[in-house]
Structures are given as C-alpha cells and as structure tokens.
Write a protein that binds this ligand. Structure first.
Ligand SMILES: *[C@@H]1O[C@H](CO)[C@@H](O)[C@H](O)[C@H]1NC(C)=O
Ligand SMILES: *[C@@H]1O[C@H](CO)[C@@H](O)[C@H](O)[C@H]1NC(C)=O
Ligand SMILES: *[C@@H]1O[C@H](CO)[C@@H](O)[C@H](O)[C@H]1NC(C)=O
Length: 374
C-alpha cells in the first residue's frame, strides 16, 4: 500500500511525518496596548488600566521613558510632573521617570503582562518634542533634523551611555537590573521610530550603522537574560517603507521587528503581514505590529483591522488603549483634551478592545512566541 502524506496524517500516526509537516512550532498570538503616560497616572488609575487589560487577556503594554506634564492627557489625569531622564544635559540623569516606570512594571508583572520599553523617541528632534539630543543635534519639524545625531560618533557614545543607564537600572521591586528582568520586560526598543527624522538614512540602509551598532552594545548588557531587543519601527510609519530595512533584518543583535502602520484598511494587514512575517522569519526574527491606530474616518474600523491582524496570526500593540474616555465618548473625567484621534477607550463603542485581545490570545500565532509570552 502506498501511503500518501494525507493518509498518514489521517491515521494520526508517524511522528516523523508530523515533524515534517509542522515546519515551525506554533504558540498562541497575543495583543496589548501602548500608553506613553501610564507612569504618570495615579496608582488607582494605573491599576484600573492594568487589571482591565489583564482580564481582557492582554499580554503586553508598551511604555515610554518620557517626561510628562501634570494635567490632562487624552481623557486621563497625570498626577505629577515627571522630568526627562536627561532633563538638562546629556549624560546627567534624573531617575524619577525610571522609578515611576518601575512602579508600573511591578503592577504589570503580578498580572502576567510584559512591558515593551521605548527608551528614547526618534521624534525628539522637533516632531514630538525637542529634548537634550534635539537641542544638541538638530531640532525642527523636518525629515532630516536628526541627521547628525545618527552619524556623529559622539552622539553614538552618548546614546550608548543612556541605554546603559536604562538597562542597568535596578528595579526596586525585583532587585534585578532591567536588562535581566525577563519576567517583566519582553523587550527594549532600540529607540522609538529610529530615523523618523533622518529619513534618507533609513532609505539608504543606515549608512552609519547606527541601528545595529546600538543594538550590539545593548545586547552585550542584556547578556542572554531573555529580555529581547526590538527595532521600534524603523523609519516611522511603514508608509515610508523602512520597517524592514535590510540592516535591521540582518543584524544578529536584534530579535524583534516592529511594524508601525496607520493604514486605514483591514486589507493592508491581510495582504502585507504574511510576507513581512516570512522576511522576518527567514532572518530568525519575530515580527509584531507595535503601533497601529484607527480614526473614525478610516475606511475600516478598529474591529475589522484587529480581525485582519489576528487572522494573520501576528501579535499587536495598539496605539492606543486609554483608561479614560476616547474622543468619541462622553467625557466623564473632566480631562478630555490632547487626543490624536487614534485612541480607543477600554469600554468604548469605537472598538471592542476585549474581543480583539481575547481573540489574539486564543489563536495560533504565525511564529513561535513560547517562552516569551505565556
Ligand atoms: C529629579 O527630579 C525630581 C522631580 O522633578 C526633583 O525633585 C529632583 O530634585 C531631581 N533630582 C535631581 C538630582 O536633580
Ligand atoms: C554574562 O552571563 C554569563 C553567564 O551567566 C556570566 O558568566 C558573565 O559574567 C556575564 N557577562 C556580563 C558582562 O555580565
Ligand atoms: C466606562 O467606564 C467608566 C469607568 O468605569 C464609566 O464611568 C463610564 O460610564 C463607562 N462608559 C461606558 C460607555 O460604559
């Protein structure tokens, strides 16, 4: 009798054949949310956000090492001002922001949610802000304002020192350096949206080897602890076409490829994610959507874009789930300013957050995330 592959599988026998047919081990997918101001909220607002996301089966939250001003933020209240990590000059650190983030990590870890930490913003050369690096290397709205930051050897070592300061920060709750705290931290971005303000360098495949150079230095401090390194969305939104920049894909110190896309349609995700995933996979990287956002004027709403991303088996972190009302809800917090239009409140009819997260957590991922996300 001539066994076909199909008949052997139907017999449910032969582990050898199963091994051949299952080319990659699968894990479940996962979802989560961004909230760059979570570390500025009151303990009870932080707990409401984290507990709600945990019960919705979120697995990751993306946090930012960023200053915050006390006051209203997108339907929530930042209770006290938090200075930048380097408030006045490069290399002089104020750990208030790291202490605040460390408090958030302690809450997340007890709920089984891991953090992705953005340690600096590539839009700080004038687009989102103008921090000490912006003041030193360039600060305007232009696409090239950060050019000298990514090419200067002095800037590279200043940035390496900032990364070392962040990675070596010792958690007060776990006693571990963040670089070693894999139970709480899924990954560090190398930067949020590197080259967003040096667009030519992204399109020219990082001629100064900024990205992989920084990743190598960060990776040496991580020293195989289990904490991963993510690209953070090379070149900003994937409409610029640089999230899969060859030098990012080929860099052995990088583990995760982050996609950022504010794309408007579900079809974009179903058409593009499979090939992005196979490009990442063939270079030994895991791929996830680290930022995506939906406005009420988009062709396809939150639910249908979430369903397309989940259908591709690619994990996602939404920009952004807010604990307070989003701009489509009645304001119940008295604090409803500063929206960018992408927010989805945790109980908003703009999108079914719970369904998107539960659906991610219950289906097979295209890649194997086991050991990183449970
Ligand atoms: C750090 O920032 C906090 C909060 O603004 C401030 O109280 C503290 O004095 C600063 N520390 C240093 C060393 O400047
Ligand atoms: C890296 O980890 C290994 C194994 O735990 C250890 O022996 C080594 O000292 C570590 N290196 C650094 C630079 O921390
Ligand atoms: C959402 O939750 C908040 C806080 O629990 C509540 O005050 C608000 O009325 C809720 N809104 C809706 C639309 O359910």
């Amino acid at each position: 009798m001539k066994f076909t592959l199909v008949s052997l599988l139907a017999l449910g026998s032969a582990p050898v054949i199963r091994g051949l047919t299952l080319q990659k081990r699968a894990s479940n997918s996962w979802g989560g949310g961004n909230l760059y101001f979570l570390h500025g909220l009151s303990d009870s607002d932080q707990e409401y956000y984290i507990n709600t996301l945990a019960s919705d089966k979120a697995k990751a939250v993306r946090l930012w090492v960023t200053e915050l001003n006390a006051g209203c933020q997108k339907g929530s209240k930042v209770v006290s001002s938090i200075p930048d990590l380097e408030p006045d000059s490069i290399g002089t650190y104020n750990d208030t922001v790291l202490d605040a983030l460390d408090g958030v990590l302690a809450k997340l870890v007890t709920k089984g949610i891991k953090a992705i930490i953005s340690p600096h913003d590539g839009n700080a050369f004038g687009l989102n802000s103008c921090d000490v690096y912006g003041k030193a290397y360039g600060c305007s709205k232009s696409d090239s304002a950060g050019d000298s930051f990514y090419s200067s050897t002095t800037a590279k070592s200043q940035y390496d020192a900032r990364m070392a300061h962040v990675l070596n920060y010792k958690s007060r709750s776990s006693g571990k350096a963040w670089s070693q705290w894999g139970e709480a931290i899924l990954a560090f971005d190398i930067q949020n949206e590197p080259f967003q303000q040096a667009e030519d360098q992204a399109s020219n495949n990082d001629p100064n080897d900024w990205l992989c150079g920084r990743a190598g230095n960060m990776n040496a401090l991580i020293n195989n602890s289990g904490v991963k390194l993510a690209t953070g969305g090379v070149g900003g939104d994937q409409s610029h076409g640089n999230n899969l920049m060859p030098k990012a894909i080929e860099c052995s110190a990088i583990d995760l490829i982050s996609i950022h896309g504010y794309v408007g349609t579900a079809n974009f995700w179903s058409s593009n994610l499979p090939s992005m995933e196979s490009t990442a996979a063939s270079n030994n990287k895991l791929l996830y959507v680290e930022e995506w956002g939906v406005t009420t004027s988009d062709t396809d709403n939150f639910d249908s874009q979430a369903s397309a991303i989940n259908g591709a088996g690619i994990p996602f972190v939404y920009w952004e789930f807010t604990p307070g009302p989003d701009g489509t809800q009645n304001c119940w917090t008295g604090c409803c300013t500063g929206y960018d239009g992408y927010e989805v409140g945790l109980n908003s009819t703009k999108g079914n957050v719970q369904q998107a997260l539960q659906s991610a957590a219950s289906r097979s991922a295209a890649q194997d995330w086991s050991g990183l996300i449970d």
